[in-house]
Ligand binder design. Sequence first.
Ligand code: SAM
Length: 272
Amino acid sequence: MLCGLQGTMEGDFTGKEMYHLNFDPKGYFSMYKNFGLGISPGNDERIRFILEHLHKTFAHDGIRGDTLIDIGSGPSIYQLLSACESFKEIIVSDLVEKNREEVQKWLRKDPNAFDWTPIVKYVCQLEGNRETWLEKEEKLRRTIKQVLKCDVTLANPFDPLVVPPADCVLCSCCLEAASKDVPAYCSAMKNVTSVVKPGGHFIFVIPIGATYYVAGQSKFTNLCVTPEMVKVAVKEAGFEIVHFENLSVDFPVELSDTKSFGFLVARKCNKA
Ligand SMILES: C[S@@+](CC[C@H](N)C(=O)[O-])C[C@H]1O[C@@H](n2cnc3c(N)ncnc32)[C@H](O)[C@@H]1O
C-alpha cells in the first residue's frame, strides 16, 4: 500500500485558496515563452521530452478515440497539439478561472492570448511538416469542445457536471501540485482516472523529486514523488502500466527543483 508512505514538500502546502488568489497565468507562461531560444536549456529539454512522447503515443502507438479529457490544464494548450489528430473531441479543465479564461482567449484568437507558435511549429515538425502550423492551431481550436472547471480533490472532479466516460485522460504536472500528502495523491489519482472508460488510457506527465515550482511572483508546493510511488498509485487506481520513461533534467532553480520528468501511459483494467 502506497498511502502509508511519506512524500515531502518544501514549506506549507499551497492549497486551492492559494491557487485561486495567486496563480498568475502570465507568470506561469515564463515556463514556455523562451522555448527554442536556448535561454533555459533544462526547461526546453523538458518541453521537447513531453511533446515527443505525446507525439509518439498518439501518432505511432495508436492511442485514439472519441474523447480525451485534459485535467489540470492550467492556461496551457501545448499538451494537446498531438492529441487533436487522434481524438474527435477534447475537454480542457482546471480549478482556476483565470487559467480557463487564458485558454478561452487562445480559442477565440484574442490578441492578448499567449503566443504558442514556437511550440506549435515544433510539433508540426515532429509530424513531418513545419509549414502546417496555422492549420494545426485551427484543428486544435475545432477539437476543443469544452473548457470546464475541475477539482481533482472531488470524487467527481467536474461536480456538479457528470462527464461521460472518456477514451483517454491526460494529466500533466497537476496532481503533485494539488496534493498535500500521499493519501491525498492516491485519492486524486482515483478521482481523475474514474472518468476513463474500461480499456481506455491514462497519460500522465510527472515532475519527479520536485518540492516547488514558481508561477509569476508566487511559489507553489509540489508533493515530492518518485517513479516507484507514481507507478504504485497508478496500479492502485486500477491500471496496468504500458510505458514509463524518465528524463533527468537540470532545471532552472528559479522555476522549480524538479529532478526529472516522468511520462507514463497506463491502460484501465476492464474490472477497475
Ligand atoms: C504546474 S500547473 C500544470 C498546468 C498544465 N497541465 C501544464 O502542463 O502546463 C498545475 C495546475 O494544477 C491546477 N490545480 C491545482 N490544484 C488543483 C485542483 N485541486 N484541481 C484541479 N486543478 C488544480 C492549477 O490551477 C494549475 O493550473
